[in-house]
Write a protein that binds this ligand. Structure first.
Ligand SMILES: Cc1cc2nc3c(=O)[nH]c(=O)nc-3n(C[C@H](O)[C@H](O)[C@H](O)COP(=O)(O)OP(=O)(O)OC[C@H]3O[C@@H](n4cnc5c(N)ncnc54)[C@H](O)[C@@H]3O)c2cc1C
Length: 343
């Protein structure tokens, strides 16, 4: 059956930030074979999953492929591990809960991250001390350069803090079709993240069981982050800056209360939310674009925000942070069409 193309498609409900936007063409991808059958086009191409890390600042002049590839396959690897291969259009959170409840461990701390499985490697999703890179085995992807399916190992994906080759060197080259995770049959909880440790202790759950750990993460997230179904947002709007040790030490001697974390590569990650909050931005608004009242790293759309209002807000925050701390904050979501150099 020929693949249907929707022309002049409304995108506002396909991104959790819900700015008004339209796409010239929208195609729902439900089987990889559609990729070989797609009518040729010179239009720019964008892949979209759940739209929770994509903010449309204007109309998309090209084609959007809406990834709705499904399927979960579980194979034993060795006595202690299974390989879980998942269609890229599956819900990430549903996968986490399915694995957590079926004796496959390693994903508990990543519960309730919105979006699709296929987008998880793009920015190496992470939360509460765990990153996808710790459990990712490999992905299969459609390579637009070779016009065929390739397998990329976790090393090939070049994952780092909120980054991968899919966001940098090979941006727009691959469409991820499946994601394979190496999950453990043995539950070894990761509970060293400060707020998680404290919440588990407060609820007398140390050490927690797998479902208790996921439930505690979900509880913390509900408390801290707005539900996109009620208040449009894209999660953390800025990446936490990562500095070389000497630069971080200089800044920390000036601002000793700034939260910071040591990275595996020896560099130091600083809390962008703390910087923004200290500058008084919590609850600040330009029209309907605002800083979330309870978490300064999250920008929200109170209803009718425009892209100009959002960009104005982003520029003011970036300017104030640069003036105070000498740090250039980078947006975390994919802003499209691209308005800023480096985004
Ligand atoms: C309330 C809230 C909380 C969040 N919390 C976290 C968090 O704790 N940790 C975290 O890391 N992130 C978090 N995020 C960000 C977001 O949920 C993740 O980045 C998620 O992986 C995005 O999935 P998606 O399917 O919605 O991606 P989309 O927004 O649809 O796409 C994101 C990017 O990936 C590309 N892409 C998507 N699918 C594919 C594919 N199959 N192949 C190739 N490229 C693709 C898109 O082109 C785009 O550039 C949060 C967001 C929200 C709204």
């Amino acid at each position: 059956m020929a693949t249907a193309i929707i022309h002049d498609a409304d995108l506002s409900a396909l991104s959790t930030f819900r700015l008004p936007a339209r796409a010239r063409e929208l195609i729902e991808l439900t089987a990889p074979e559609q990729l070989t059958e797609l009518p040729a086009s010179e239009l720019p191409l964008l892949v979209l999953g759940g739209g929770s890390n994509t903010v449309f600042l204007g109309d998309w002049p090209g084609r959007i492929l809406l990834n709705r590839l499904t399927g979960v396959d579980i194979q034993p690897l060795d006595p202690d591990h299974s390989l879980v291969q998942v269609g890229a259009g599956e819900s990430w959170h549903r996968l986490v809960m399915h694995c957590t409840c079926n004796g496959l461990h390693g994903l508990e701390n990543l519960a309730m991250i919105p979006g699709s499985v296929g987008a998880a490697p793009i920015q190496n999703i992470g939360a509460y001390g765990v990153e996808l890179s710790q459990v990712l085995d490999s992905v299969t992807a459609w390579d637009w350069q070779q016009r065929g399916v390739v397998r990329l190992s976790v090393a090939d994906c070049q994952l780092s803090y909120r980054d991968s080759r899919f966001k940098s060197a090979d941006r727009d080259r691959f469409l991820i079709l499946t994601v394979s995770l190496r999950l453990s049959h043995r539950f070894e909880p990761s509970t060293s993240y400060d707020s998680l440790t404290a919440e588990l202790a407060r609820r007398h759950l140390a050490p927690p069981g797998p479902r208790q750990l996921a439930a505690t993460v979900m509880r913390l997230r509900r408390h801290r982050l707005p539900d996109p179904a009620r208040l449009a947002n894209a999660g953390s709007f800025f990446k936490n800056p990562v500095l070389a040790t000497a630069a971080a030490e200089a800044l920390l001697s000036e601002f000793p209360r700034m939260p910071h974390w040591q990275m595996p590569d020896g560099r130091t990650k600083l809390a962008a939310g703390w910087m923004i909050e200290r500058l008084g931005f919590r609850g600040y608004r330009i029209g309907d674009a605002g800083v979330y009242q309870h978490h300064a790293l999250v920008l929200v759309n109170h209803g009718q925000a425009s892209s100009d209002q959002l960009l104005d807000l982003v520029g003011r925050i970036q300017g104030a942070v640069d003036d105070e701390y000498g740090i250039a904050l980078e947006p975390e979501p994919n802003l499209v069409p691209r308005p800023l150099p480096g985004n």
